[in-house]
Ligand binder design. Structure first.
Ligand code: NAP
Ligand code: HSE
Length: 424
């Protein structure tokens, strides 16, 4: 393998892991690393130049491959663009930049005949991207669905197993270093939406604009929902998915009830799990660490080594991402999404309430599959309903009608049930 000279932006969790792995690799020379604060104490100091001027790395003519592990949209975007313009290959873990600017970046990379590798941007240490890009090349990808965020999976698992509230479980995740100080991107589902956009580019050719992805996080999931879900034979997981449906590509992020016997139901703690369905291979499940220093660095350094071994081959850049388009992928309207639903209503407990709920659902073509009541008369009751598969828009209409009923104390939660492919 030819020797390759690389530079890196960022020496945080992932960057430190990259240095650790590259120290053992003779064919890759790490020449320069950029950080924000030169005075910060480091757990590992690389044996190369460290600078607080990112441009010094990007503008170094000897550097052939730029590793971007600084994160965030800006200035990471501008630095990646600069690197591509000066015909450097880029290895990035930055899902936000890819999801928001993927089409422009891949267009530029194509013009400059360089490659962008991004294995670490989705599911950390799990080789999901190369599996879809290369291993499943003979397949038409029908769906990519899974648990793509370790922080939220840890929180939901902890709430279910330890009976903790969302805030207690979040505090624990922060203490253990899973969740960031500002957990918004994880718990509100933005992180997963970026990953779904990238998966859509791999499976269907183009990135989906993150704003076009239907997105709900986990902040509204209550311990009561985890308990009721269990009674019906489900576990609640934050699911991201890009699927081919009869109406087009669907892209969604939402907490779902996953049947206990489904492989994703047993993916617990901070692990990630993804089910890829290809028309030839059928269902393939990948489970592993989706974050963390060495698992994520494993994906970054894997990309660097792959690049190093292919660098001198003619046309290798187009071989690696010839199929990633430079347009945005349109998606089907969220209203048309068909799924069975779990609905919890907090109601006053008096005769006729269940009959009225049934009438409202019936008037909106929502068919009830099961219904249970929990609670006692004086304190009100929880009514938990599982529906037959129905368009999301119909459920929304029924919920709106329900809100004007005197018996309703509040609409507790409404969650999709994860059950096979959309509409099947
Ligand atoms: P991190 O721990 O916050 O590290 C960020 C690094 O970038 C720090 O070393 C910081 O410098 C440096 N940096 C920030 N702004 C800079 C600037 N303007 N110029 C130069 N250096 C700058 O982040 P991380 O967790 O390693 O994540 C890095 C990327 O990997 C992100 O895109 C993230 O989404 C992705 N990722 C992370 C994980 C994970 O498990 N952490 C998993 C998958 C993907 P200082 O050290 O001086 O502050
Ligand atoms: N914050 C992400 C997670 C890791 O909790 O899974 C980076 O993708």
């Amino acid at each position: 393998m030819a020797r390759v000279v690389v530079g890196m932006l960022g020496l945080g969790t992932v960057g430190t892991g990259v240095v650790r792995l590259l120290n053992d690799h003779k064919a890759v020379t790490l020449k320069r690393v950029a950080v924000r604060d030169l005075r910060k104490e480091r757990t590992l100091v690389p044996r190369c130049a460290i600078t607080d001027k990112a441009e010094d790395v990007v503008e170094d003519p000897e550097i052939e491959v730029l590793i971007e592990v600084m994160g965030g949209e800006h200035p990471a975007l501008e630095l990646i663009v600069k690197a591509l313009e000066s015909r450097k290959h880029v290895v990035t873990a930055n899902k936000e930049v890819l999801a928001k600017h993927g089409p422009d970046l891949f267009k530029l990379a194509r013009e400059k005949e360089v490659a962008i590798f991004f294995e670490a941007s989705v599911a950390g240490g799990i080789p999901l991207i190369s599996t879809i890009q290369k291993g499943l090349e003979a397949n038409q990808i029908e769906s990519v669905r899974g648990i793509l965020n370790g922080t939220t999976n840890f929180i939901l698992s902890d709430m279910e197993q330890q009976g903790e509230t969302f805030n207690q479980a979040l505090a624990k995740a922060q203490k253990l270093g899973f969740a960031e100080a500002d957990p918004t991107s994880d718990v509100e589902g933005f992180d997963v939406a970026y990953k779904v956009s990238i998966l859509s580019a791999l499976a269907y050719g183009n990135f989906v604009k993150p704003d076009d992805i239907y997105r709900r996080g986990i902040t509204h999931v209550d311990a009561a929902d985890l308990k009721h879900a269990r009674e019906f034979g489900y576990r609640i997981k934050l699911i991201g998915r890009a699927e081919r449906t009869n109406g087009g590509v669907a892209a969604r992020v939402e907490p779902c009830l996953v049947p206990l016997d489904h492989p994703l139901a047993s993916v617990s703690g901070s692990m990630n799990g993804i089910v890829v369905t290809g028309h030839a291979v059928g269902e393939l499940t990948l489970v592993g660490p989706g974050a963390g220093e060495l698992p994520t660095a494993s994906a970054v350094v894997g990309d660097v080594i792959n690049l190093a071994s292919a660098l001198k081959l003619q046309d290798f850049a187009s071989y690696f991402h010839g199929e990633i388009g430079v347009d945005w992928q349109s998606v089907v309207s969220a209203d048309q999404w068909i799924s069975p639903y779990y609905i919890r209503l907090e109601v006053e407990d008096h005769p006729g309430v269940i009959g009225r709920i049934g009438s409202i659902f019936g008037a909106n073509q929502v068919s009830i599959q099961s219904i249970i009541q929990r609670g006692v008369a004086e304190q009100g009751a929880s009514i938990v309903i599982l529906t037959q598969p129905v368009a999301a828009g119909q459920v929304d209409k029924a919920m709106e009608m329900m809100k004007s009923e005197d018996f309703l104390v509040k609409v507790g939660t409404c969650l999709a049930i994860f059950e096979g492919r959309n509409g099947s």
